[in-house]
Design a protein around this ligand. Structure first.
Ligand code: ITT
Length: 183
């Protein structure tokens, strides 16, 4: 199998994905470029649009976001823009006094198979809650304000928990199963 490459501008996303590949004795290349941010309704649309900019194959992109129930799924596909503008403090302000803290992270991986063929999509979801304050230092993105269901610590407080149950881990597992079956 030639080396699969992850197209992303985000080092945190690459490092997490690389660790999942290494656990499966696979190398993961990094195509570090900024992807055009399409304003679309779903992560799947964003992923397909991003991949359409690349001629090569054996590559994948991944789009992720946090969907907050009491905000009707906001910021969802706009997670990057919202993080870069109002950030975690802004999200917590929007949720001030809100009792329903439930939320989920979603990740969609889009893989362009080697030698051509349709784009394959793999989705991972983790349910949890938005904490009342950021915990665990600066962390990656929304990690300091997200506590996964069944745990008491935010993703930023416990990276080990994140590596076991995250949306990215679940999408990566599906991608890795596909790669093992097909390559
Ligand atoms: P690429 O599109 O170049 O891959 P990006 O930073 O734009 O990188 P996404 O669109 O997938 O990545 O993610 C949107 C934002 O959501 C991202 O910038 C983070 O702030 C946040 N995010 C994504 N995955 C996350 C995770 O696992 N934990 C915390 N925040 C995350």
């Amino acid at each position: 199998m030639s080396k699969i490459s992850f197209i992303t501008s985000n080092p945190d996303k690459y490092c997490e994905m690389k660790a999942f590949f290494e656990e499966n004795s696979l190398e993961l290349g990094w195509t570090r470029v900024s992807l055009p941010e399409l304003q679309a309704d779903t992560l799947e649309e964003v992923v397909i649009h991003s991949l359409s900019h690349f001629d090569g194959d054996g590559v994948f992109v991944e789009d992720a976001g946090i969907f907050i129930d009491s905000l009707s799924g906001f910021p969802g596909v706009y997670s990057r823009y919202v993080f870069d503008t109002i950030g975690n403090e802004g999200i917590l302000k929007l949720m001030s006094g809100v009792e329903n803290r439930s939320a989920r992270f979603e990740a969609v991986v889009g893989f362009k198979p080697e030698g051509g063929g349709d784009i394959k999509l793999f989705k991972g979801v983790v349910k949890g809650f938005v904490s009342l304050s950021p915990k665990g230092g600066k962390g990656f993105g929304y990690d300091p304000i997200f506590t996964p269901e069944g745990f008491k610590k935010t993703f930023a407080e416990d990276e080990h928990i994140k590596s076991m149950v995250s949306h990215r881990k679940k999408a990566a597992e599906k991608l890795l199963q596909y790669l093992k079956r097909n390559l």
